[in-house]
Design a protein around this ligand. Structure first.
Ligand SMILES: Cc1ncc(COP(=O)(O)O)c(C=O)c1O
Length: 465
């Protein structure tokens, strides 16, 4: 026999209409755990409703991260939810699928063609992959220096000032000097001679970005490689290139197969990419790929005997979900090279249509490249009655999330709007966006002149994601 107060609660949970229950007309504790239970349906409804205050992912054109997947992929990912990826002994097939994904991605990046023994691992995103690749670069540099009896106290890394915030974290967490290549009028990505001028014997790597977060442009990695090869030959240094292909790693192999940016280039020793961006998987999964076993120092690999099997790991955490890895493999199997190519070409076509329509208003100039990521970055032409921030706010009233931000230091007097085109964003939705953007331009064009909004630039605060 249940106690009376329990009977009362059970009756409420099972018989009362959901919005007739007490939980629906009293405040719920927010910052301490509640004393008593709620029915599952009440807890679901409360949280579900609160989540509707978030932006709509479909209309979130700020993010590179996947917001749509096939229902079959979602089913597989749901089935994998209870599996801890690290338990390879218990879930050997999940581990096998991760190895297949690494092999597929290494092959897309032409690792096999380099004739070396590529290695790789899944990560939570490009950020973890960048920390791992950066650590390997630092340790390799230190080993070379120590073997030659040289100082190992002042490692540096050379990269454009347009790097994503993770690189600022990496240099701070792992005590490395950041040497930023300044942007310049007309150049919002790294410049090859400018990068070379910052390289010295203590440079652990030069970073090339395949798909700048700010403008989607591809950095000139082939030219960077040629210059580094020449410099290394002249000096006897062994400065490598790391490619941050967070966004471009799954675009270039399909949309620009002839572009040389990967292991076809001799100085490229490691690459990170985000499976959850154009790899088309829900967050969070990334990949770190090394050209050869020699690029991953043994000292960074951990052999552990957890739950009875000898496992080699290189990661910043231990437990993580398996679902995203399964989702990645589903995409490879489901889409193949043809499917990915078709999707990337569609996204690029849609981005071009949006760019054409925005330019046709006569108010904007294109800042992004049409031969790079499927996104559109524009700035306002000359002096207008409104700013990009005003337009962003106006679009928000219709639900669209289109960020406005300033370009990296030295170009931070340029304010831009950016629209990222992802899988799930149809041409029809692009047409709706264009209608709303055109209406916003017309409305703001009649408003009183905008007040200046420029604020002093801070490296970390202006970061876009
Ligand atoms: C160029 C670049 N690198 C790294 C990152 C970080 O990637 P993730 O979000 O997968 O950690 C981003 C994210 O937008 C990026 O654009």
């Amino acid at each position: 026999m249940l106690a009376k107060h329990v009977q009362g609660k059970e009756a409420e949970a099972t018989l009362s209409p959901l919005f007739g229950q007490r939980s629906m007309d009293s405040s719920i504790p927010r910052w301490q755990i509640p004393e008593t239970e709620l029915s599952g349906s009440a807890a679901y409804q409360l949280i579900h409703d609160e989540m509707s205050l978030d932006g709509n992912p479909l209309l979130n054109l700020a993010s590179f991260v996947t917001t749509w997947m096939d229902p079959e992929a979602q089913l597989l990912m749901q089935e994998a939810l209870p599996k801890n990826f690290i338990d390879a002994e218990e879930y050997p097939q999940t581990a096998e699928i991760e190895r297949r994904c690494v092999s597929i991605i290494a092959d897309l990046f032409h690792a096999q063609a380099s004739g070396q023994q590529a290695m790789g691992t899944s990560t939570v995103g490009s950020s973890e992959a960048i920390h791992l690749c950066g650590l390997a670069l630092k340790w390799n540099w230190r080993k070379r220096r120590a073997a030659a009896g040289l100082s190992t106290s002042t490692p540096n890394i050379v990269m454009g000032a347009n790097v994503q915030v993770v690189w600022e974290k990496f240099v701070r967490y792992f005590d490395i000097e950041a040497r930023y290549v300044d942007m310049a009028p007309g150049r919002s990505i790294i410049g090859v001679p400018e990068a070379l001028a910052l390289v010295d014997e203590n440079t652990i790597a030069v970073v090339g970005i395949l798909g700048s977060t700010y403008t989607g442009e591809f950095e000139p990695i082939e030219a960077l490689d040629a210059a580094i090869v020449e410099l290394n030959a002249k000096t006897g240094w062994q400065v490598p290139i790391h490619v941050d292909a967070a966004s471009g790693g799954f675009v270039a192999p399909f949309a620009y197969p002839d572009l040389k940016w990967d292991f076809r280039l001799p100085s490229v020793r490691s690459i990170n990419t985000s499976g959850h961006k154009y790899g088309l998987v829900y967050p969070g999964v990334g990949w770190a790929i090394w050209r050869d076993t020699s690029d991953l120092p043994d000292e960074l690999l951990f052999h552990d005997n957890y739950l009875g099997n000898d496992q080699i790991t290189f990661d910043l955490n231990f437990s993580k979900g398996s679902s995203q890895i399964i989702g990645q493999y589903y995409n490879f199997l489901r889409l193949g090279r043809d499917g990915y190519t078709r999707i990337m070409n569609n996204l690029l076509d849609t981005a071009n249509e949006i760019a054409d329509a925005i330019i046709a208003t006569g108010d904007f100039e294109l800042v992004s490249s049409r031969q790079a990521l499927p996104l559109v970055t524009v700035k306002l032409k000359g002096k207008r009655r409104y700013t990009c921030h005003d337009l962003s706010e106006e679009l928000r009233l219709r639900g669209w999330i289109v960020p406005a931000y300033t370009l990296p230091p030295k170009l931070d007097d340029v304010e831009v709007l950016r629209v990222v085109v992802r899988e799930g964003f149809s041409r029809d939705m692009a047409d709706n966006l264009i209608l709303d953007l055109t209406a916003a331009v017309a409305k703001l064009g009649q408003s009183p002149p905008a007040k200046p909004t420029k604020k002093p630039h801070s490296r970390s605060k202006n970061k876009v994601c």
